[in-house]
Design a protein around this ligand. Structure first.
Ligand SMILES: [Zn+2]
Length: 272
């Protein structure tokens, strides 16, 4: 038996460990990109006392727990955001590797997951999605579709041909753009940011048109659950504005894992 014949569960655990470490870096990106700081330098240090964080205090999840969420030097509390992003990235990585196993497409989707986590985190904090995280991804999606079409490197990818990727970009971005126009007219205030249009155009490029529409539907579903929950708990005033990017990204992630199964399930009653 060769190592690549090990079950997906094994690789999913390995991916979870890598994911936690990468999540730590993604959190740095979420913090620094809107502040226009370098994401590489300087190395992490405590924002309170400025002491560099030693490697043994920088182990994802574990260090935060063992340090009791406090800086070793000055006892300043360390935000719960660190372990949250580390854990989320670990779980998202595990899901992709569990479903797709060890394949070229797995690494492509993990890259997308990283991009979406950073885009969602920034949208969550600052209500915008940087263009660097969406616009360059659109041509990349078309290039990857071309590689899938001509070299067959991604046999299990959702998008297999260039025309599928292009149609996905147009339908995904177009649908959000339409919602934006109609919503802005109906509610007399900006219904959806143009950042969401660009994000959804990029995501249509790896989802295809049908999964892109499912993604928007799922995002609206998740968003309304949170919206209703905020309303019921009376916290809607505190937030006022709910960024839609994280829900779109979560919808796209669900499509990557189970999109074809979901579409099959709800179209079944209509198939003869
Ligand atoms: Zn400190």
């Amino acid at each position: 038996m060769y190592w690549w014949n090990l079950p997906n569960e094994f690789f999913a655990i390995v991916a979870g460990i890598f994911g936690a470490a990468i999540g730590s870096f993604l959190h740095v990106c979420i913090w620094r990109i809107p502040r226009e700081e370098s994401i590489v330098f300087p190395a992490s240090c405590c924002p309170q006392c400025g002491n560099a964080i030693a490697w043994y205090d920088n182990i994802p999840l574990i260090s935060w727990i063992f340090l009791g969420a406090k800086c070793r030097h000055c006892q300043a509390s360390i935000s719960i955001r660190y372990p949250i992003y580390e854990l989320l990235t670990a779980l998202f990585f595990m899901g992709i590797v569990y479903v797709y196993g060890i394949a070229y497409v797995t690494f492509f989707y993990l890259l997308i997951v990283c991009d979406l986590i950073v885009a969602s985190g920034i949208d969550w904090d600052h209500y915008y999605i940087p263009d660097e995280l969406s616009l360059p991804m659109i041509p990349l999606m078309i290039v990857v579709a071309a590689i899938a079409q001509w070299w067959g490197l991604f046999p299990t990818a959702l998008v297999q041909r260039v025309d599928q990727a292009v149609l996905g970009v147009v339908v995904g971005g177009g649908a959000i753009w339409l919602i934006r126009i109609v919503g802005t007219w109906a509610f007399r205030q900006e219904a959806m940011g143009f950042g969401d249009v660009k994000l959804m155009a990029f995501m249509g490029g790896f989802l295809g048109w049908d999964e892109a529409l499912l993604c928007i539907f799922l995002a609206a579903f998740f968003g309304s659950i949170v919206g209703v929950a905020l309303k019921l708990t009376g916290k809607i005033e505190k937030y006022g504005h709910i960024p839609f990017g994280p829900y779109l990204a979560l919808g796209a992630y669900c499509c990557l894992l189970y999109g074809p199964e979901i579409i099959l399930w709800y179209t079944k009653p209509f198939q003869l």
